[in-house]
Design a protein around this ligand. Structure first.
Ligand code: FES
Length: 347
């Protein structure tokens, strides 16, 4: 294990393809099998980070992707075995699979406060993830470190021109065939296209050996991903079943959120920041209205009312979602919260 308190994570991008024969099953079987598969995958949400994406409409050779991060390889293996042990698993194949690991960069970016030095995967939950395996030429590694540092600096400078795009790099070589897995999260495919076109003109680009295939992945709840495959729809049924008569949905167990803690949770496609401020629970939209910061990584002042965005000093009233100070001008959504039978529910 690397020095420091955080433990490095294994990262897996698992692409699945559905056999079209599955769509000939009866509606009842399709619903049963989607529910079984969703419940199986959701059973792993407490054991590893899981994000679900559809690639329907973006590629012909795969249909969905699960972005996973776990501390143990066996967790990733158990998840895949469980998926293929379902009835729908008999109709799934794995056209692509990439394994990688988090690692601190060997390059320094002292002027870039937002450069991600963490060794735990923290998606910013943008609408899209653009992903590709990446290999550099051997000539790159023969260059002096200072020269490579200079070229990487150019990359960061170009990246800063696209503040809504965030890069996630994981290290593969030794575990899998490629050297890196490079993922860009963003809400606008045009931003990503412009960024990579600009990066192709950088000096470092001359040392790229491979940067395909490229996957444009659309983030959705697991229910919505399964519905994107076609066949009978389950997402509305599932959401209705999870909602109580007042529209509340359980999103976390009480013991997951002790006093002073915060947590990002999901309700359908909504990412929600949950806080326990001295026994009072608050839920607001996880996405800052100024940039793309995740507010569940922010802090709450001693007054118990002011939520600080972790990026640029934006402040919100956690009780109402209204902007209070800093660069934020627009409020964030406030959710109703209640506690019942050891669970936290939002509505
Ligand atoms: S992202 Fe800029 S203040 Fe929140």
């Amino acid at each position: 294990m690397a020095s420091g308190e955080e433990k490095r994570q294994l990262v897996r991008y698992l692409f699945l393809k559905l056999d079209p024969l599955w769509r000939r099953l009866s509606v009842e079987k399709q619903i049963d099998q989607k529910v079984e598969l969703a419940d199986t995958i959701r059973g792993f949400q407490a054991k590893c980070l899981l994000r679900s994406y559809s690639t329907m409409g973006t590629r012909g050779d795969c249909d969905l992707m699960l972005w996973q991060a776990a501390e143990e390889l066996e967790t990733l293996q158990a998840l895949e075995t469980a998926i293929f042990s379902t009835r729908m698993g008999a109709y799934l194949t794995t056209p692509y699979s990439y394994l990688a690991m988090t690692k601190r960069s060997i390059y320094d970016f002292p002027d870039d406060a937002e450069h991600d030095e963490r060794i735990t995967v923290r998606p910013q939950d943008s609408k899209y993830l653009f992903l590709y395996p990446f290999v550099k030429t051997r000539a790159w590694y023969k260059l002096p470190h200072a020269q490579r540092q200079e070229m990487m600096g150019e990359h960061v400078r170009v990246g800063r021109e696209y503040p809504d795009i965030r890069i996630n790099t994981a290290y593969s070589f030794g575990l899998d065939d490629q050297e890196f897995m490079v993922g860009f999260e963003g809400d606008d495919p045009g931003d990503f296209l412009d960024l990579v076109m600009e990066l192709r003109e950088s000096d470092a680009s001359a040392y790229t050996l491979q940067d395909t295939p490229i996957f444009s992945c659309i983030q959705m709840s697991l229910w919505d991903v399964l519905d994107s495959l076609g066949g009978a729809s389950v997402s509305e049924l599932a959401r209705a079943a999870e909602r109580d008569s007042q529209g509340f949905v359980a999103v976390a167990a009480l013991d997951e959120l002790p006093p002073g803690a915060s947590k990002r949770v999901y309700n359908g496609a909504d990412a929600i920041a949950l806080f326990n401020v001295d026994g009072t629970y608050h839920a607001v939209s996880d996405r800052c209205s100024h940039g793309r910061a995740s507010l569940s990584e922010g802090s709450v002042d001693g007054d118990g009312c002011t939520l600080n965005c972790p990026w640029h000093g934006g402040k919100f009233d956690i009780r109402t979602g209204e902007p209070v100070d800093g660069p934020v001008r627009v409020g964030i959504r406030k959710y109703r919260v209640k506690v019942e039978e050891g669970r936290i529910l939002v509505g």
